[in-house]
Design a binder for this molecule. Sequence first.
Ligand code: HEC
Ligand code: HEC
Ligand code: HEC
Length: 428
Amino acid sequence: MKLGKTSIALAVVATLMLLAAIAVVALNRDDDLPRAPEAAARASDADLIARGEYLVRAGSCYGCHTEPGGAPYAGGRAIETPFGIVSAPNLTPDGTGLAAWSSDDFWRALHNGRSRDGRLLYPAFPYPNYTRLARADADAMFAYLKSLAPVAKQNRPHALRFPFDQSVALAVWRALFFRPAQFETDSAKSPQWNRGAYLVETLGHCNACHSRRNVFGATAGPLDLAGGLIPIQNWYAPSLRDNAEAGVGDWPEREIVALLRSGTSARGSVQGPMAEVVARSTQFLSEDDLEAMAAYLGSLPDGTDATRRATGDINTASAPSEAGAKLYTTHCAACHGDRGEGVAGAYPALAGNRAVAITPPANLVHMVLRGGFGPTTPGHPRPYGMPPFATVLSDEQVGQVLSYLRASWGHHAPPVSTLEVSRYRGAR
Ligand code: HEC
Ligand code: HEC
Ligand code: HEC
């Protein structure tokens, strides 16, 4: 009798496992490949390649697929993830790169997240965004990459921890979190808005940073954009749906365009990973495309929570400490001004700067410890720099000076503890 129950239980478990395996296989099936459109075939090679180069820049392919100091697009850069290291491969038309690839293979990688040999690809490659690319755009990008000089560079093997190095784990992840998809045009919106949504959702892969991730590293959808801490780097990519964070719903369109074009604008400037996005990608976009992105970003509803709005400028945090005030006067006021007013065109104002008030203090800690330069762009040819204070101030002092900024100009934001500074100091 007992044996009978056990075997029934085993049979149920075995059946469930079989069904789960069938489901995982079924959910990893490729989407049917749309045929290459005739428009791409008709365009002259030079036009196609030029358009492809533009799109490859819009997609920031360079940053991941180029090793620091290495040949462009020849791969080798190690992308650190919470699950281990994934190396970005060679995209030049060499035998070690894309020489043997067809445009169908390339499309399959971007759209289905599958390599030429059928292997599933890790989502450190943001194909959950690129899946929505138009086929014609993928073909143009492929034509551009094929036009590059071939560089012989064998791809480095990944170094993922068990069980993340198992293809079964990746198949299950994809069954749960990835489906090949197409961009859906919203016919109630203008063509400009739709163009902006397409760029933000697909090539710009803005949500790869500006979105929460669950414990499996999956983002909450390409248009979530509600802000998230970037794993490993520990920079906080603020919410694009909250005008108190990175939302631009209350910015004039020309300021949004200026920010994406030059990295700086009258309303704010970019730092850290966002400076790379501007330097490598958005500064090269056409005026029309930047205006389209601005129209889309500006239309996102403001999700600033009601309590925050109600507190407005009233500072409910602790009073500024004397130690913090002294540190500010000694180390910061020369550039940022005695009252945090900054110097127009050179040093950002800290008074009224929303970056000071964003609750996770990650970016403030990074700025003070490591300093930084804005991106070098034609609108900002010689950006002013901020010196790193990692060897000048102790963690406690960094906490004190940041708590001073918060208490003076951070609205309701809580002070920054020594512990938080130490936590982010460890991160890169
Ligand atoms: C955030 C980093 C990142 C960005 C941005 C990125 N890639 Fe990748 N890419 C990777 C990584 C990592 C892999 C390796 C994935 C794997 O092997 O499982 C990869 C793999 C690929 C592959 C598969 C190659 C092969 O040998 O299987 C292609 C094709 C590719 N990327 C093209 C692109 C293009 C085109 C762009 C720009 C539109 C781009 N990538 C942007 C990180 C990136
Ligand atoms: C590699 C990660 C990453 C990607 C990709 C990324 N961002 Fe950001 N972004 C950040 C971080 C981190 C910040 C906060 C630091 C700062 O303000 O510069 C930020 C800040 C911003 C801000 C606020 C700037 C300010 O002055 O307040 C805007 C607007 C923005 N991003 C838009 C975008 C758009 C649009 C895209 C897609 C084209 C994008 N970001 C892609 C990481 C990223
Ligand atoms: C030599 C001039 C200089 C000094 C001294 C200096 N800063 Fe800065 N600071 C800058 C510049 C330039 C930037 C913009 C850098 C960039 O865009 O990456 C900046 C940016 C910042 C930001 C980011 C603002 C934003 O919009 O996100 C913060 C916060 C900040 N500084 C705080 C401080 C604090 C705190 C001190 C003193 C411990 C300090 N700075 C000292 C020049 C300076």
